[in-house]
Ligand binder design. Structure first.
Ligand code: GLA
Length: 679
C-alpha cells in the first residue's frame, strides 16, 4: 500500500521512482499566509515529499455547528501540490472544538475517580460517545467529499494517536458500551460470572445492568474485570478507527488509510498487534527517552513496529529532530543523532521518515518542541541537518518497498501478558513487562545477535530461538503451539511469571509455571519475589533481582544451567533447560538484567547454533538490521558508539556510508548501508 502511495505522487523534483518518503506534521493554521509560501520553498529545499495536514484543525474548519471554512485548507493543499508535495490528510477529529464541548459536555471523558477531563488541551472525547461519533463522522464526510479528487491527497490520517490521552474512560457511555462488549464476549451472565470469578468477595451479577467499568473501589477491583476493561478500551478505539475508515473507504475507496500508532512504553493501552489489519499501512510515532538504554529502546520500538506490520514496510509518522517538550528534562540531540535515529527506523522497515513537526510553534504547549524548521529559522545547523537527511533518503531510494529479512531469534511481545502481569494484588508491584523484554533485546544487541520483535500472531516456526519473557497469559492453544514449536526443533526460552494464568486470568492449577510446566520440566509451589533493594547471586556469577522461584525438577531430563548461590533458594535451580523431542525449553527464574542476560545468552543460543553475524570487534558497538526484496539485500550497519568502527568484511556495493580499506568504516554515530544480491 505504501507503494500505491508512492505511485500516486511525484517527488518534489518530479521524479516518479519509488522512494523513501520524508516530511512532517504541517500546521499552517498556526502561521500567517505569507509563511506558507516560504514553507513550501523550504520543503522543496529539504526534499520533503509528504506532510500530514489538518490534524488539529477542527475548530478552524468548522467554526460553529453550522458553518464550514475550507478556503484556507484548499489554498494550502493547492500550494503543496504546486510544490510537488503529497498530503497525508488528517480527518481533523483529534481535538473537538469548544462549541462542541460547550453544547455537549457529555462527550468529555471521565476518570476512574469520577473526575471530568475538561477541554483546554486535546483529545477530550469519549471513544464510546454516540454524540462525539456523530459530529466527528460528519466532519470526516465533509473532508473526504471535499478532497476526494484533490491531486495532493496521497493518504488519510485517521484522527491522531488514538488513545494517547483518552484510552481509559469510565463514563456512563463507557459503562453501557462495556456491557455490550461483555455480552458479545461471553454470551451469558453465567459465562461472565465464571470468567470473572465472581464467587469471590460476593461479586456475583444477576443482571447485566449491575456491571460497571472498574471505577475507584474500596479495594482491588476484580482482576478479570480490569483485564477485560483494558481489552474493551483497546477494542472501542479500534472500533472508532474502523468507523472513520469505513466512511473514508466509501467516499475514496482507492486512497490508503492509516492512523499513527505509539509503539512506546507509556502507551500500553492499545493492542496494536490487533489493530494493524484494520489499516492499509502501519504508521508509528516514536520519541527517544534519554538514558542508558535509549538507543536500544528506539531499535526495540522500530523492530516491534515491523513485527506488528508483519515485516512489511511502515511509515515513521512522527519523531523529533531534537528535544521534545514533555519529558522532565528535554535534552537536545547531539550532532549525528538526527540522521542516525531516522535511519535506524528505516533499517527496521520504515519507508517514510516524518517529524513532529515542520515549523516549530511560536505559541502553545509545544513551542519548546523541536521541529524541522526551528525558531532560529532555516539558517541553522538543525535545518542543514534536515536538508542533508533529505538527500540521504533520496540516495536510499532502492530500499523503498523492501521487507524485513527474518532473524534467527524472535522475541515475543504480547499485550495480554503486558496488561495482566502488571495488574495489582500480585506477588510484586515492581514487575515491568516491557523492561524485561527490552533487557533481553539489549543483551542481544550487546552480543551483536540480530533478533525480531514479534507478536503472538506471528509464525513462531520462522525462528530457531524464541524468547518469550514474562509470557504470563497462556491460553491452552498457545501452550500447545509452544510445545509443538519446541518438539519440532525450536528452542523456547521463557522467564519468571510465565504460563501462570489462562485468558480469564485464572491460575493454571497444579504448580507453576502452569500451562508451560510440563514443557519446561519444572514445578514451582511458591514464588519468591525480592524486595526492591534485595538481590541474590547465581553460581554463574550473575545477580538476580525482583523475583526468584523455588524450583523442583520434574526428572533428570531437566538440566540445571545455573543455581542460586545465596538467598532463600540457595542451592536450588535458577536457570533450567529441558530437551523436548527435537528442540528445548529453557526457564530463567529471576531478573538478570542486561549484564546477566548478556552472559547467559550464548549458552541459550548455542543449541540452536545461533551466532553474531558481525565481526568480533563490532559486536555491541554496531547494530545490524537487514531488509530485502526479490533481488537485493540491504544491510544496515548502525554505529551505536561515539568512536569510529571499521567493518572489514562488509564490502561490496556501499549504497550509503564511507568505504575504507577492506570494507565499510563507520564514523561516530554513523550509519552505512551495503547492498548485496539476494541469496
Ligand atoms: C504526539 C502528537 C503530536 C505532538 C507530539 C509531541 O506524538 O501526535 O501532535 O504532540 O506528540 O512529541
Amino acid at each position: 500500500m505504501i507503494s500505491t502511495l508512492h505511485s500516486r505522487r511525484r517527488g518534489a523534483d518530479g521524479d516518479l521512482t519509488p522512494r523513501l518518503a520524508f516530511g512532517a506534521d504541517y500546521n499552517p493554521e498556526q502561521w500567517p499566509r505569507e509563511v506558507w509560501e516560504e514553507d513550501v520553498r523550504l520543503m522543496r529545499e529539504a526534499g520533503v515529499t509528504v506532510v500530514s495536514v489538518a490534524i488539529f484543525s477542527w475548530a478552524r474548519l468548522q467554526p460553529t455547528a453550522d458553518t464550514w471554512d475550507f478556503g484556507w485548507l484548499d489554498e494550502v493543499m493547492d500550494l503543496l501540490h504546486a510544490g510537488g508535495i503529497g498530503v497525508d490528510l488528517a480527518t481533523a477529529t483529534a481535538s473537538p472544538p469548544p462549541w462542541l464541548t460547550t453544547a455537549h459536555p457529555e462527550i468529555l471523558p471521565v476518570t476512574a475517580t469520577g473526575e471530568t477531563l475538561w477541554p483546554g488541551a486535546r483529545q477530550h472525547w469519549r471513544p464510546t460517545s454516540p454524540v462525539f461519533r456523530e459530529h466527528a463522522l460528519r466532519l470526516v464526510r465533509e473532508m473526504a467529499t471535499r478532497y476526494a479528487d484533490h491531486p495532493a491527497l496521497v493518504a488519510w490520517h485517521v484522527s491522531n494517536e488514538l488513545g494517547c490521552h483518552n484510552v481509559y474512560d469510565y463514563s456512563d457511555d463507557a459503562a453501557r458500551a462495556f456491557r455490550d462488549w461483555l455480552r458479545a464476549r461471553y454470551g451469558t451472565l453465567e459465562a461472565l460470572n465464571h470468567a470473572w470469578g465472581t464467587a469471590f468477595w460476593s461479586q456475583r451479577y444477576s443482571d447485566w445492568e449491575q456491571i460497571l467499568p472498574p471505577r475507584l473501589a474500596a479495594s482491588h477491583p476484580n482482576p478479570t474485570q480490569q483485564l477485560d476493561f483494558k481489552r474493551f478500551s483497546s477494542d472501542v478505539l479500534k472500533d472508532y478507527l474502523r468507523a472513520e475508515r469505513d466512511l473514508l473507504k466509501e467516499i475514496t475507496p482507492n486512497v490508503p488509510v492509516t492512523t499513527n500508532f505509539m509503539v512506546m512504553g507509556e502507551t500500553k493501552g492499545m493492542n496494536y498487534a490487533d489493530w494493524a489489519e484494520e489499516i492499509d499501512f502501519v504508521s508509528n510515532d516514536h520519541y527517544v527517552h534519554p538514558g542508558p538504554q535509549s538507543r536500544d529502546e528506539l531499535s526495540f520500538s522500530a523492530n516491534l513496529t515491523s513485527g506488528i506490520a508483519s515485516g512489511r514496510p511502515w511509515f515513521l509518522m512522527e519523531h523529533s529532530t531534537s528535544a521534545v517538550n514533555w519529558q522532565p528534562v528535554n535534552v537536545a540531540k547531539r550532532p549525528g543523532e538526527l540522521a542516525r535515529d531516522a535511519l535506524l527506523h528505516v533499517a527496521h522497515g520504515a519507508d517514510a521518515v516524518c517529524y513532529f513537526q515542520w515549523r516549530q510553534s511560536a505559541a502553545g504547549a509545544e513551542k519548546y518542541h523541536s521541529a524541522m524548521v526551528p525558531h532560529a529559522g532555516a539558517d541553522s545547523e538543525l535545518f542543514r541537518a534536515v536538508v542533508e537527511l533529505g538527500a540521504t533518503l533520496k540516495t536510499l531510494a532502492p530500499v523503498a518497498g523492501s521487507t524485513r529479512e527474518s532473524a534467527k531469534v524472535g522475541i515475543v511481545f504480547d499485550w495480554d501478558s503486558w496488561w495482566a502481569s502488571e495488574q495489582d494484588s500480585h506477588p510484586t508491584s515492581l514487575l515491568n513487562y516491557r523492561q524485561e523484554g527490552l533487557d533481553w533485546y539489549s543483551a542481544l544487541l550487546a552480543l551483536g545477535v540480530r533478533a525480531d520483535l514479534i507478536t503472538t500472531k506471528s509464525d513462531f516456526t520462522r525462528y530457531d530461538v524464541l524468547i518469550a519473557p514474562v509470557l504470563h497469559v497462556v491460553p491452552a492453544e498457545l501452550a500447545k503451539e509452544l510445545t509443538r514449536y519446541a518438539e519440532q526443533g525450536g528452542h523456547l526460552v521463557t522467564t519468571y511469571f510465565s504460563g501462570v494464568v489462562d485468558q480469564n486470568d485464572h491460575i493454571w492449577l497444579g504448580g507453576y509455571p502452569g500451562a508451560l510446566r510440563e514443557l519446561l520440566g519444572i514445578r514451582v509451589e511458591e514464588f519468591g519475589p525480592l524486595l526492591a533493594d534485595e538481590s541474590v547471586s547465581l553460581d554463574d556469577g550473575s545477580t538476580g533481582t525482583l523475583w526468584t522461584d523455588r524450583i523442583t525438577l520434574a526428572d533428570d531430563r531437566t538440566e540445571v544451567l545455573a543455581r542460586y548461590d545465596s538467598g532463600d533458594q540457595a542451592g536450588r535451580p535458577a536457570v533450567t533447560r529441558r530437551t523436548a523431542a527435537a528442540g528445548s525449553a529453557s526457564y530463567v527464574s529471576t531478573r538478570l538484567g542486561v549484564a546477566g542476560l548478556t552472559a547467559l545468552l550464548p549458552r541459550l543460543l548455542e543449541p540452536a547454533g545461533v551466532h553474531s553475524e558481525l565481526p568480533a570487534e563490532a559486536r555491541g558497538r554496531v547494530e545490524l538490521a537487514v531488509r530485502r526484496n526479490d533481488d537485493e539485500q540491504f544491510l544496515f550497519l548502525v554505529n551505536r558508539t561515539d568512536d569510529t568502527v571499521p567493518l572489514p568484511g562488509f564490502a561490496g556495493d556501499v549504497l550509503y556510508g564511507t568505504s575504507g580499506d577492506g570494507g565499510l568504516v563507520l564514523g561516530p554515530r554513523e550509519v552505512g548501508v551495503v547492498r548485496r544480491p539476494s541469496a
